[in-house]
Design a protein around this ligand. Structure first.
Ligand SMILES: [Fe+2]
Ligand SMILES: [Fe+2]
Length: 134
């Protein structure tokens, strides 16, 4: 398994933790697809599924921040937007046949998730926990 979840990644808010686990699962599904030499179309479908899920996840966090008037929403959202843009750009190049999948790309995504979860998402914990959201 490329991306393995452990409790040190918990941000103390269950809906977010569960979505992060699903994201890790999708990254593993992409890695499995690469290892199994899935077709370009097959990998492209899992890539789309991953990007759609990431967007949905980011929206969940942003809605939660908006609902509870989290002061640092814009800075947090800017990190999400930059990642979505990067993934969408890769998907376009992939669909045009200009690039192939690589485990390096998945590693980069995992690194980003680790650092975003460990810092930016974790900043939500004390604020949300204090408002009864766990
Ligand atoms: Fe986030
Ligand atoms: Fe997140």
């Amino acid at each position: 398994m490329l991306a393995e979840w452990n409790n040190s990644f918990s941000v103390g808010i269950s809906i977010i933790d569960n979505q992060h686990k699903t994201l890790f699962g999708l990254i593993n599904k992409l890695n499995d697809g690469i290892q199994e030499h899935k077709s370009r179309e097959g990998l492209g479908e899992i890539l789309k599924e991953t990007i759609d899920y990431a967007s949905e996840h980011f929206k969940t966090e942003e809605d939660l921040m908006r609902e509870h008037r989290f002061p640092d929403l814009q800075r947090h959202k800017a990190e999400h937007d930059a990642m979505v843009e990067k993934l969408a750009g890769f998907r376009e190049r992939y669909n045009r046949g200009e690039t192939d999948f690589s485990v390096d790309l998945l590693m980069e995504l995992i690194d980003w998730l680790h650092s975003h979860m460990g810092a930016t998402d974790s900043d939500l914990k004390p604020y949300m926990n204090a408002r009864g959201i766990f």
